[in-house]
Write a protein that binds this ligand. Sequence first.
Ligand code: NDP
Length: 314
Amino acid sequence: RKGNVVITGASSGLGLATAKALAEDGKWHVIMACRDFLKAQQAAKAAGMNKENYTVVHLDLASLDSVRQFVRNFRQTGMKLDVLVCNAAVYFPTAKDPSFTADGFEMSVGVNHLGHFLLARELLEDLKESDYPSKRLIIVGSITGNTNTLAGNIPPKANLGDLRGLAGGLGGHHSSMIDGGEFDGAKAYKDSKVCNMLMMQEFHRRYHEETGITFASLYPGCIATTGLFRSHIPLFRTLFPPFQKYITKGYVSEEEAGKRLAQVVSDPSLTKSGVYWSWNHNSASFENQLSQEASDAEKAKKVWELSEKLVGLA
Ligand code: NDP
């Protein structure tokens, strides 16, 4: 049978490019888990995806109720789950004030980390039940949360501190950041990506041996053209793609980045668990190193436990 892969945020950018690559591959049925049902359907159609190869199911990661409803709806389709890709993200680099999810969490960490954390925890049960030969749970990471890289050292740097803001529930204007500091939209995004990479490793430590599931993260390259930068100032949006193309040389097209993520979903040679994949200039994959904070097992355990409380799992 075909493999079934759930991709969050498949209505644009990397998620859509990955959905397209997998749908065209012929071996996959893609469940596009998206907050805007119509947009997702139109995007799939415009990308030329064949109707038989995908299903759109509503998911708003900014609401824990919606996450739970998505899990129920998915189960009702009767489809098995073979691979889950946590891809969706929001980024508010110019926001002066925080915005909040339905459950009152600062939006970037609420959507990028907490919504995905609940989704992944719930769907782990479905992955366990699948009889697919190579089951995978992939959480998209980023270089920007890695302070051992040039890009990760552009201020404001990611820093989860002692997690006091997370422990306090990320609510309110003065306690919306994980480290308890003043709100900074760019930093909140980077912090959320550190959580993504920490959670992938914590999943690996807790569940790989018992379940055989491959847990992986990746940095697909800088896809400077996606909607992620939609709320940035216009000058930035004009200069960022050529800057990435000619100066940092980290630029990748959405299509190429989609192929990379599709590889992490389906390539038989990428089954190693607990790995953060990156690609070199010749588009060859390699196991990359994470920064000290993004590979801190003690911190991962604490983030896991605090997040469990916030999403109602503990
Ligand atoms: P896009 O903004 O193009 O895509 C983000 C997707 O997430 C969209 O489909 C969006 O839906 C969806 N989304 C946003 N909020 C929610 C929500 N509340 N519930 C469900 N879905 C939601 O960005 P990218 O494709 O660039 O980003 C995809 C991933 O790649 C992210 O994890 C990002 O961190 C990562 N990444 C991106 C890099 C880049 O250079 N662009 C570099 C490194 C990592 P909608 O279409 O409705 O807006």
